[in-house]
Design a protein. Sequence first.
Length: 415
Amino acid sequence: MNFLGILIGIVIFFLIILIHEFGHFIVAKLCKMRVQEFAIGMGPRILKKQVGETLYCLKALPIGGSVQLGEDEESDDPRSFRNCPVWMRMLVIAAGAFMNFVLGFIFCLIYVLASTNIATNTVNGFYDGSVSSSFLQRGDIIREINGMSIFTTTDISFQLSNTVSRDQGAQYYSYDFVVERDGQLIRLDGVRFASRAYAQMLADYNELKSGSEEYSGFAELITEYYNAENDTFTDSFNALKDDPENAAFCTAVEQITEKYKQDYPQEKNSLFLDFYVRPGEKNIGTVLSATCATFVSDARLIWISLLNLLSGTYGLNELSGPIGVVQSVGTVAAIGFDSLMLLAALIAINVGIVNLLPIPAMDGARLVFLIIEAIRRKPIKAEHEGMVHFVGIMALMVLMLVVTINDIIRIFSGG
């Protein structure tokens, strides 16, 4: 990753944090609350400037930010956070995540505009070695895969790659689809996709046959000659080998199957996505529709990932902190501007969702305390709430240290 990639990653991460804190800040100002400090980063101050009652500062560690409103302090000042109406405080706390969602939507819009075409969920054709073509048809609109509604092509890739649907040793992945065909919803159970190694073997055989006219009389599929499930050649193939004139063809088939046997054991739930989707026309309606679909899809994928993290599907070593985020952004920036915008949208939406979780020190936990206060019609003591958030901050600092170490290890190990 070059210096420009690192710089782009830092700028995007900085912008996402800045817009989050600006959300808290601007709503607090609109509500006439006293804002003590507006800070980007954590740790010691590098730059600071007092403007009126508010201290604006940049801190050393670019891993967060804060707007100091005196949330955990009792005060006689009628403009202090705790002396403002509950609904007003709720607006201020929720504004940070809301601004992240707005920024995420803008990134989604830029991604759609920057893309050459608007990708649809309509099957437009099949690649060589396709297996799903026995179930899907050109023109099918994919609506569901294994019970998950499909909004974007990202949903298709995610569901097919993150749902283990292959028995050990099997050559195919199997999924349940719902497609729209000729205006009717049709359920297709057991739609099959070949493993990458198996699909490559089929394609290599097709290339072998098409590459020489003298091979045109042999079987259309290599499965007529080789049974991958039990790793044996068929009687038809053995009969071919008995004829010396077929020696070159038989040797080529054996080389293809040998390559397959070497590649297959290394696969980890890696299917061959053997169809491609139809590009859509760009106009105001399709751009807005694709932007909304991308936003909803990203938010749902983040939520699914959080649930997988809680269930143990993902380990702590798979989390990334600011260093990992910057590295990822820098890497994706080299791929293309549209891919960069898609990742930026994912990060911005992720920050918004995570901040709304009811975790001490997060905005979500503060909203929980405010909801309790609204129900009780009595605030929880500032020192009690402050202690809860202090424990949360300490826990988050430990977590940040762990993921930062993981990020550094991944960088130096090439992971």
